[in-house]
Design a protein around this ligand. Structure first.
Ligand code: UDP
Length: 271
């Protein structure tokens, strides 16, 4: 495990990872900036935010997120206003190749959570789980505490509350527990908008948008076999599990994303 102090100087996190990365580490697809860094570098950045008691959001973007950002200017603005935006999934990797770049790593929340829990258990960082259906976060908490001895999950809250009426109460609940890390699992772009809107009020160091992660770590949904994840077709497994909900996202969304990147790239070349 690389720690932040072991990183080469140019990729150390100063106050702004976007500024402290050299230009090779900062990529842009469909007008969204993100960091092209290794898993160890991402973890070192997060570790450092907690160590220095600062506050950052961490967002992951995949092809579906970028498809949404094309139609949702608020989401696009929020993504570009934050410092730690990480690429998730084969779609982004393909898009990078289309523009002649190579992605350092695929950094989805599901793969990032185990080492983040190891760091948290070792350094006594606490975590709060916010999101998913009632009961899911509790099951995830039990699994995390069993898998990572010493891991402090200080509380959890399901994600089907009234956002207008109950957000203040939920923020008070989180702040009373003072977690270092809050995982927010409402799906994109709802979770990013919620984090962005309430960042100032939340008393935590890392606010991480994690999509469907709780459903996997609670054991409620099976994750794709490793060979599918390694070959970039995890989405196919998710589609197989939930065709009704996800066909539009993948069957229409994936080719649409490639088309959009192609068109965006051609326009950029003309300019
Ligand atoms: N969710 C939630 N509140 C909502 C809507 C969704 O907590 O109002 C949860 C949902 O239960 C699921 C997650 O958000 O656990 C979204 O999962 P999805 O698979 O759509 O996310 P992805 O990983 O694909 O972004």
């Amino acid at each position: 495990m690389i720690r932040s102090e072991d990183l080469p100087t140019e990729s150390r996190l100063l106050s702004d990872p976007k500024e402290s990365m050299d230009s090779r580490n900062l990529l842009n697809v469909l007008d969204v900036d993100f960091l092209s860094i290794s898993m160890d570098e991402a973890l070192a950045i997060m570790d450092r935010v907690v160590l220095e008691q600062r506050k950052e959001s961490v967002f992951f973007i995949n092809a579906d997120c970028l498809n949404i950002s094309v139609k949702d200017p608020d989401y696009l603005r929020i993504l570009n206003s934050q410092r730690i935006v990480l690429p998730d999934g084969a779609g982004i990797s393909i898009a990078c190749r289309m523009i002649g770049e190579r992605l350092a790593a695929n950094l989805n929340g599901t793969d990032l959570l185990p080492p983040l829990c190891e760091i948290s258990a070792k350094n006594n960082y606490s975590m709060f789980l916010l999101g998913a259906e009632p009961g899911v976060a509790e099951r995830m908490q039990r699994n995390l505490e069993a898998d990572y001895p010493g891991m402090k999950v200080v509380g959890q809250q399901h994600g089907y509350f009234d956002h207008d009426e109950q957000t203040t109460e939920i923020i008070e609940k989180i702040n009373a527990l003072k977690p270092n890390i809050v995982l927010v699992a409402f799906g994109a772009p709802r979770q990013e908008k919620w984090i962005y809107q309430h960042l100032d009020q939340l008393d935590a160091n890392l606010l991480i948008g994690v999509g469907g992660l709780f459903d996997f770590y609670s054991g409620d949904k099976k994750r794709a076999p490793i060979w599918m994840r390694k070959t970039g077709i995890e989405w196919l497994y998710r589609l197989y599990l939930e065709p009704g909900r996800l066909w539009r996202r993948y069957i229409i969304g994936n080719p649409l994303f490639v088309y959009r990147v192609f068109r965006w790239k051609s326009k950029r070349q003309i300019r």
